[in-house]
Write a protein of this length. Structure first.
Length: 489
């Protein structure tokens, strides 16, 4: 994939474009509505759903408090099982490690399991620069790759595409990546899936290097877990001779008993299934079944900095189920691309600014990409209080303060675009503290009400573009009370 999320505009600008796309909005409304309804049915089957949520949150919090210990235990057990562990501080280092590992095999092609971590670090682009071609094998990721597109959903990356658009992508681009689409390909889901199966099968059989992420890592045994619905992941995990897994450090869980909780929560929250059709687990290497060489790249890339934030660290509980996207009114109308990150929706609005910082206009704007309705918190299977973190990050953007960046405590300045907002708030506060000034201001507003614009000028336009300015009454409540004694006359 040649395109990346780098250089994306701030969320309001991107959303202003995407919300005008009627086809996109129709696709999102139909898809998210269907997923929501199925999820509600699946969750309702468990009478202890709230207890499971609380247990998952407790496990994640306990793990994050002792993350160093569990990561070292994981490294020890992966190494004992024949694997090799690499530590990557950031995206650049992770890309370099993976590129060097692939080069060492002498191969120039790899097959990939759907992985948010590899999207986060732009691994496909890094491999492409090194002359290595990466083939996405998840159906939705394949659609995105063939269309030179970007993912727009955590679980269903091509959710913004209709069946007709997918058919056209297959017909036009599939031959450039390998086996062409069958003649007369229709937009029937079964036909599209069969075209993808035939296209990918030759890659599974030819490539000897596989790249994956992992949904979970079990510290007590060094076992990695991938859950999926199509079976392509299992092909990538078992057929190649070399397997390289890039996984965020927060994906570790202490023990198998903890994993049992998440394997009940994740499928119901993501695909609305009682159990994922394919749950693949592997520990190290095997001479008979699975990879002969296994490399685990443990990715930080801002996670340690996020962990240092007592309010924001709960974002690291996330198990990438995408339930929050499917209930979010902002995501449903703006789409995933407007977030400028592999992590769209409510979770992206709190995760991306913490992993990447708030130095750019895009990251500054993401905490404001929400109505604060709270629906995301209600459906989150690990009870992340997303509205709380959104408000916390808004305060950081507007007020600045002390944060951790690359392991060092530093003070960030308030965002430049909030200077006028702070000045207006300070002026309003001073006016409210001085009743005489407030009275004169109210009378001046009332006397000039016929001259007031329907929209605010300059920076204020961003507020009034989406709201109607309230009309100013002929007199203030204070003057009315003085004139009528509260209506007694």
């Amino acid at each position: 994939m040649s395109r990346t999320h780098l250089g994306m505009p701030a969320f309001p600008r991107a959303a202003a474009v995407s919300t005008r796309d009627a086809t996109l909005r129709a696709n999102l409304r139909r898809a998210t509505g269907t997923i929501r309804a199925k999820r509600e049915t699946a969750v309702a089957e468990l009478t202890d759903w709230q207890q499971l949520r609380a247990a998952a949150a407790a496990v994640k919090d306990r793990t994050l408090r002792h993350l160093d210990r569990y990561l070292l235990q994981l490294e020890e057990n992966v190494t004992r099982a024949g694997g090799t562990v690499h530590w990557a501080a950031d995206a650049e280092e992770a890309g370099r490690i993976v590129t060097d590992l692939v080069r060492a095999t002498g191969e120039r092609e790899v097959v990939k399991v759907k992985s948010m971590a590899t999207q986060e670090i732009g691994l496909n682009a890094a491999l492409e620069r090194a002359g290595i071609r990466a083939y996405e094998t998840d159906l939705a990721e394949l659609i995105v790759q063939l269309g030179d597109d970007l993912p727009s959903h955590i679980l269903v990356p091509a959710i913004h595409r209709s069946r007709g658009q997918i058919r056209d992508i297959f017909r036009t681009h599939m031959a450039q990546w390998g086996r062409p689409a069958p003649e007369g390909l229709t937009d029937r889901p079964a036909d599209l899936a069969e075209a993808a199966r035939l296209h990918l099968r030759e890659k599974f059989l030819r490539c000897s290097v596989g790249i994956s992420g992992a949904n979970f890592m079990v510290a007590e045994t060094g076992t990695l877990v991938v859950v999926e619905s199509e079976g392509n992941g299992r092909m990538c995990l078992t057929l190649p001779k070399t397997l390289i897994s890039v996984v965020g450090i927060e994906k570790v869980v202490p023990a198998w008993q903890d994993l049992e909780v998440f394997l009940q929560l994740l499928p119901r929250s993501s695909t609305a299934e009682r159990m994922n059709p394919y749950t693949s687990m592997w520990t190290g290497t095997s001479d008979e079944d699975g990879p002969r060489a296994f490399h685990l790249v443990l990715l930080d890339n801002g996670r340690t900095d996020t962990l240092a934030d007592r309010t924001g660290r709960q974002a690291l509980r996330c198990i990438r189920c995408s339930a929050c996207l499917n209930v979010c009114p902002v995501y449903e109308r703006a789409g995933g691309h407007a977030y400028g990150s592999p992590y769209p929706g409510p979770i992206g609005a709190i995760l991306s600014p913490q992993l990447r910082g708030t130095a750019s206009p895009l990251e500054e704007s993401l905490p404001y990409a929400s109505t604060l309705c709270g629906a995301c918190y209600e459906v989150c299977p690990v009870a992340i209080d997303i509205p709380e973190v959104l408000l916390h990050l808004r305060e950081r953007v507007a007020e600045g303060g002390e944060v951790t960046l690359r392991g060092n405590r530093t003070v960030v300045r308030p965002a430049a675009r909030h200077r006028l907002e702070r000045a207006v708030a300070a002026t309003a506060g001073w006016t409210l503290d001085h009743p005489a000034v407030l009275r004169r201001a109210q009378r001046l507003l009332a006397r000039t009400r016929r001259l007031h614009p329907r929209r605010l000028p300059g920076p204020g336009r961003a507020w009034s573009d989406g709201r109607a300015l309230p009309p100013v009454p002929p007199e203030s409540f204070r003057d009315w009370w003085s004139r009528t004694r509260g209506g007694a006359s």
